[in-house]
Design a protein around this ligand. Structure first.
Ligand SMILES: [Cu+2]
Length: 261
C-alpha cells in the first residue's frame, strides 16, 4: 500500500517522480508507526499512572532503559532515511544535472511576477538574449534587449510548452518578490528569487496538460498564480518552437529603409 496515493497526491509524470513518491511513502510509514507508538504510550501512561492507582508521588521515576532503546531506534531510522534515501536521491539529481546540461535538452526561463508567470524561450539559436530590467515596458514585459543578436529570435509565451522524453531545464526567476514555481505532477518545485536565475530540471515522460502553481505566499493575488503546462510530442514541440521563433525573428528584424518608406 502506498500512503502517497492514499493522501490524494496526483500521479507522477516525470522520470524521477517514482523516487520522490517512494521517499514520501517511507516517511509516511515511519510517521504512522511513530503515531501508533506514541498513542499507545500515552494510553498506557494514563492508565498506569492515574492518580487513584498512584496516590503518592514517585521520586525515582522509570528505572528501566526501554525508552532510551526506543529513542536510539528512532535516531537510527531517521539516519537511514537521511543517509539511505534523501541524500542519495539528492546526489543522483545533482550528478545527473551536469550530464543533462551537456545532452540534448530544452531550456526555458520562467519569470514569476505579481501575479502570474511568463516564459522566455531562447529560440532557434538556443541562446537567450540579454536581459536588462531597465528595458521592461508595456511591450517588453521581461526587459529583453533586442539590440543583442541572440535576442532577435527569442520568444515569450503565457503558457509553458515542453517536449515529451527530453529533459527540461527551467531557469526560475522573479521580477518582483519571492515566488515558488511548483509542478506537482512533475514532483518538482523551486523558489523564484529576485536577482537570481535558479535552474530546476526534470524529464516529462507522458504528454499531458496540467496546472502549475505558486507555492510561496507572495501577495493578495497569490492564489491566481495558476499557470498551464503542456507536454507534447517532441516532433510537435519542434514544429511549434520553430514557428514561434521564426515569427519573432521576423517581427524583430531591423526595418530596412525601403520598408520604412
Ligand atoms: Cu507567487
Amino acid at each position: 500500500m502506498s500512503p502517497s496515493k492514499f493522501f490524494g497526491i496526483p500521479d507522477s509524470f516525470s522520470a524521477h517522480g517514482p523516487q520522490v513518491d517512494h521517499l514520501i511513502d517511507v516517511v509516511h510509514w515511519f510517521m504512522i508507526v511513530l503515531f501508533i507508538g506514541w498513542s499507545l504510550y500515552m494510553l498506557v501512561a494514563l492508565l498506569r499512572f492515574r492518580q487513584s492507582k498512584q496516590p503518592k508521588a514517585n521520586y525515582h521515576g522509570v528505572t528501566n532503559h526501554v525508552s532510551s532503546h526506543i529513542e536510539i531506534a528512532v535516531i537510527i531510522v531517521e539516519a537511514v532515511l537521511l543517509l539511505g534515501f534523501a541524500l542519495p536521491l539528492w546526489r543522483e539529481r545533482t550528478d545527473k544535472f551536469t550530464e543533462v546540461v551537456k545532452e540534448d535538452h530544452v531550456r526555458v526561463r520562467v519569470v514569476g511576477w505579481q501575479f502570474g508567470w511568463t516564459y522566455h524561450y531562447p529560440g532557434n539559436d538556443g541562446k537567450f538574449g540579454r536581459i536588462d530590467a531597465r528595458m521592461i515596458s508595456g511591450t517588453n514585459e521581461l526587459g529583453i534587449d533586442y539590440s543583442d543578436p541572440n535576442a532577435s529570435d527569442d520568444f515569450t509565451t503565457p503558457i509553458l510548452k515542453l517536449p515529451k522524453d527530453i529533459p527540461a531545464i527551467l531557469n526560475i526567476c522573479s521580477k518582483d518578490v519571492i515566488h515558488n514555481y511548483a509542478i506537482v505532477p512533475m514532483r518538482i518545485q523551486q523558489d523564484a528569487i529576485p536577482g537570481k536565475e535558479i535552474p530546476m530540471w526534470f524529464t516529462p515522460i507522458k504528454t499531458l496538460e496540467t496546472s502549475v502553481v505558486c507555492a510561496q505566499l507572495c501577495g493578495e493575488g497569490h492564489g491566481n498564480m495558476v499557470g498551464t503546462l503542456e507536454v507534447i510530442e517532441a516532433a510537435d514541440y519542434a514544429t511549434w518552437a520553430k514557428g514561434q521563433s521564426d515569427a519573432a525573428a521576423k517581427a524583430n528584424a531591423p526595418k530596412s529603409p525601403v520598408a520604412l518608406r
